[in-house]
Design a protein around this ligand. Structure first.
Ligand code: IVH
Length: 673
């Protein structure tokens, strides 16, 4: 009985933990654990669900592609799902995948094509008859966010395919949007100069730049793009991945410099070793290689699981390690009062970056590592997250560091709320450190997004007693900034404008910004969409909250607790009086795949009547015309199509057959006979 309880508890813990890290990674572009640690959580949950199928559920995170689409952008349904890749972390693990592929295909003679795994974010581009008509983020793999205007600002992405000879009717191209190391550094330098919050790494910078409402900002960010795969490609018959890449190059896309075809596992390993050495010399970040079976008919034979293809795998580079002296253990107070230790290190070079801090997670971790100030420690940086301490190499200090008994900010007594909890907390509601962190969260990029109001400025304004409550942000004056040294007129003006602009953020941003316990970005969006106004939230019941998909009992209780506080009412009233928006706009209509395209129907369709097909085309934004001309974008041709089809061929108009049409329309939820 106890064992069962433990298993259920562990499964629930893993689900919550995975959802929490999905939110950090995809929602906030701010991962807290490495890919390896994330994969380990997923693997453990997968194993438990496999061994105890009774406790597995269809909405388990192991069964779907992670990430989510936010409500900031209109949703776009992908024509074919955007999958993720399985990861391997060692030559042994990779060999297992390799051997399985040979065995499944019953051959020893396989060709692999290998590309560096670019550390960016994936995007899907739709070219309709060679013209870029739609672009979307991956989202949850089925539905992404419409980022067409932002994608159009990327110079690596042709607005129309250069290879104009018979472009595919619909070409759904996938690739990685990334920021080069140099552009990342210049962007951060500029942000710092303007007093803003810098990006932690190029991936976050690329994600933050791509998901801008204002495409002029994206245009200034020098994003780049490498094509790596495709979904639909009507009328194209690529034999293998190499052919596809060559075609993309002719179309005007940029390919990575290091792409290699290998026939044996030894060749793959040598290329892996070579790229691991070259990794830091590339102008952009890579975190491993992607190994793909080259031949498309063999890829099709292997197929895919519901999350990832079986014909490709990511082979990640090992984490980078170095030794460093731990100078000091700093204790930070978070916005909920939780105390978190952090190691301040003697600045140490690790894979080309100077490291001066490492995470220590919590005080139990310090005890486990038996680490103290003065020790020499082994640090590791996996991917993009802040480095962590693996072990003590040489003991300089005695024993391990003990948690303080008083808050380092306000000196109040520290408590451990219950024995199971690992966090120590300062529970003084007036604690200045908590309030400062709260303000920093409130103005942060995914919350009220006040560009230029960085940590240092907030700290100074709190010290100067200019910020005593959240709404004080909206009372700040030009002079308040000018009084802070190094603040020039222009910067102060920009900041005043940014503060003013933030007043119109939708309700979901404000909800997230308020920092309600357990309420992340995604739940804020779901809640705001349902209730629409702040007033409705104040009068909502526990049952109203719990009815929202993905808002469970813990979140609902947290919302109830928050909205019944008289302090909450006071905060909201003063924000509202300052002019902060308290409503959520409706989500825009789904991105329409056939926007502005003209279709002519001809021949006999098996699965649709003419009227049905016409309705579907119109529902996807297209128009129907009765005669074929140069202006026609597509001829939808059924069986026994006659003169209209001939004319289309003569004029070079793209022809879509019924199968293709069925694929596209059923993906948009349209039914056929
Ligand atoms: S191939 C699954 N090739 O890695 C569809 N993906 O972790 C085939 N990525 O979602 C993808 N570099 O966004 C492929 N050279 C590359 C890649 C690459 C980066 C991304 C891609 C994918 C993610 C999976």
């Amino acid at each position: 009985m106890n064992k069962t309880k433990n298993i259920i508890q562990r499964i629930n813990f893993l689900k919550t933990e995975i959802a929490r890290h999905n939110e950090f990674y995809y929602g906030q572009d701010n991962p807290k654990i490495s890919d390896k640690e994330y994969d380990d959580l997923v693997k453990e949950l997968e194993d438990l669900e496999k061994n105890y199928p009774l406790f597995s559920s269809s909405e388990s995170p192991v069964k779907k592609v992670s990430s989510f689409a936010s409500s900031t952008f209109a949703p776009v349904k992908h024509l074919s799902p955007m999958l993720s890749l399985d990861n391997t972390y060692s030559k042994e693990e990779f060999s297992v995948w390799y051997e399985r592929a040979l065995k499944s295909l019953g051959t020893e003679d396989l060709e692999f094509i290998i590309e560096p795994k670019v550390d960016g974010l994936s995007a899907s581009l739709i070219y309709t008859k060679g013209v870029l008509t739609k672009a979307a983020t991956r989202g949850d793999g089925e539905i992404g966010e419409d980022i067409t205007e932002n994608i159009k600002t990327i110079s690596d992405i042709p607005k129309s395919l250069l290879n104009k000879k018979e472009p595919p009717g619909i070409f759904e191209l996938r690739g990685e949007v990334y920021m080069s190391q140099n552009d990342f550094e210049s962007l951060n330098a500029k942000i710092l100069q303007e007093g803003g919050q810098k990006f932690a790494n190029p991936r976050n910078a690329a994600a933050g730049s791509l998901r801008q409402k204002n495409s002029q900002i994206t245009a200034q960010r020098q994003l780049k793009f490498f094509v790596h795969s495709f979904g639909s490609a009507s009328g194209m018959n690529f034999k293998n991945h190499y052919d596809f890449l060559t075609y993309c190059k002719q179309c005007g896309f940029v390919l990575q410099e290091y792409i290699k075809i290998c026939k044996t596992i030894d060749e793959i390993f040598s290329f892996f070793d070579l790229m691991e050495q070259k990794r830091d010399t590339l102008p952009y970040e890579i975190d491993g290689l992607v190994i793909k079976i080259n031949d498309y008919s063999l890829q099709n034979m292997l197929g895919r699981t519901n999350k990832s293809p079986r014909w490709a795998i990511a082979f990640k580079f090992p984490a980078k390690q170095a030794s460093a002296k731990l100078n000091k253990i700093e204790v930070q107070v978070g916005r909920t009062g939780a105390l978190t230790p952090r190691a301040s290190l003697e600045p140490t070079a690790l894979a080309g970056v100077m490291i001066s801090h490492a995470t220590l997670h919590n005080f139990e971790e310090i005890e486990r590592l038996n680490v103290n100030e003065g020790d020499i420690v082994l640090i590791e940086r996996a991917g993009e997250v802040i480095p962590k301490i693996i072990k003590v190499l040489d003991k300089g200090g005695a024993g391990f560091f003990k948690p303080p008994s008083n808050c380092p900010s306000c000196n109040s007594k520290i408590v451990k709320e219950n024995e199971d909890e690992v966090a120590y907390r300062c529970v003084n509601p007036e604690c200045p450190a908590q309030f400062t962190r709260h303000l920093i969260h409130f103005v942060s990029r995914n919350a009220m997004d006040i560009d230029g109001l960085g940590e240092v400025i907030i700290e100074r304004l709190v010290q100067k007693k200019k910020l005593n409550s959240l709404s004080d942000i909206y009372n700040l004056k030009f002079e308040d900034f000018i009084e802070i040294e190094l603040f020039k007129d222009k910067r102060a003006h920009n900041l005043i404008n940014a503060i003013d602009e933030s007043k119109s953020r939708p309700l979901n941003r404000l909800l997230f910004a308020l920092g309600i316990r357990h309420i992340g970005q995604k739940s804020s969006e779901l809640i705001a969409q349902k209730f629409k106004t702040m007033d409705a939230l104040f009068s909502a019941s526990f049952d109203d909250f719990v009815q929202i998909d993905e808002v469970g009992e813990v979140l609902s209780q947290s919302l109830i607790d928050f909205f019944k506080e008289s302090e909450t009412r006071r905060i909201i009233n003063s924000l509202s009086a300052a002019g902060v928006n308290m409503t959520e706009p409706d989500i825009e209509d789904a991105g329409k795949q056939f926007d502005g395209l003209t279709f002519v129907l001809t021949g006999e369709l098996k699965s649709y009547t003419r009227t049905q097909a016409g309705q579907i085309i119109k529902s996807l934004g297209g128009k129907i015309s009765s005669s074929v001309s140069k202006k026609t974008n597509f001829v939808l041709a059924g069986a026994d199509a006659g003169s209209k089809l001939q004319k289309a061929k003569k004029l070079g108009v793209a022809i879509m057959d019924e199968e293709e049409f069925k694929n596209i329309s059923s993906l948009h939820g349209n039914k056929h006979r």
